[in-house]
Design a protein around this ligand. Sequence first.
Ligand code: SF4
Length: 379
Amino acid sequence: MSEPWEWPPEQLRAEIKASGLLGRGGAGFPVWRKWESMPARRLVGTSRRRVVIGNGAEGEPLSRKDAVLLQRDPHQVIDGLLVTAAAVHADELHLHLDEAAEATLSRALQQRPEASRIRLHRSAKSFVSGESSAVIGAIGGGPAFPTDRRLPASISGLRGHPTLVHNVETLSRISQIVRMGGNRFSLIGTPQDPGPHLLTVQRPGHRGAPVVLESTANASLVDVLFGAGIDPDSVSAVLLGGFHGRWTRMDESARKPFGRIPGAGVIVALAPQVCPLRYTATVTRWLANENAGQCGPCRFGLPDLATAVQELADFPRTAAIQDIQDIHRLMGQVSRRGACFHPTGTANLVASALQMFPDEVDAHLAGRCTATESIRESA
Ligand code: SF4
């Protein structure tokens, strides 16, 4: 029986479409649509190459899933890259990886003569370097910064060639789908978000290291926390989707199915003694420092927003708290500006904290911190 990457491209595309697979890098875009966005071969012309890039850079600092996947199952990622290349008639194949995964993938490629076309590239260590236009820029020899593309990468990507970028977990799911069948895969999880997902559960204030586990969109937050060895009653708040994610409380909604897994599957479960406003302030400062400094909102807006959130969150207070409207004004100044989603994602995180923690905001405005009080009470 032939290998899946030797199947006709139409058959591969039909399986992926039947599976309903969404990309696992965070944006959750349907994979079959991404494949169809690559121009038909007859329109491209013989001189233009086609490129597929597997992105394992994992810019999201709280995510560990891609690192674990690349260490444990590099061949499944390689298979997915070969299948994708076959489906879109790609000539160039690249894997963009963290330094830690390089040796494992290099060994795996040596065992795979059919994968000798795959080139490995070491990723930069920054939040925005995992963004797909930054990955294309870095492999092309430029800086690993996001760029404001007038043309989509599927038309003009790496060195002007049609380019497809997939997260490495997406590639491993593609490999599973062609082996188990798209229809079977579509029955796992929910119709809106089929198939298994790798999740990273972080636990600030709890004992133990982050946990990477597999779950599905029909699981609930409570299911995932139990799966990670965390008692949901010991969790005061959860950040869903990583640093550009949104906050939620452990209320009734935590027992309902996700429906769709948030972002790249990062779940941060805070213990009650960790102040969610201070956590948000720390993340906002980190995000303000993690930008390419190319665009106005990142150079001027995000540092001011980080300072305003810090002043609200600091306890004991270190500066006079500005009117909360100031934070809203600064969020408005950076949202939907810049060449990439970074300023908007950072503003969304702050907006979500203000919306989800009104009691904590009132306490901080009054010079108190409910998390600190909970530590004193339990002492
Ligand atoms: S918005 Fe910020 S992170 Fe995005 S490209 Fe511009 S400077 Fe870089």
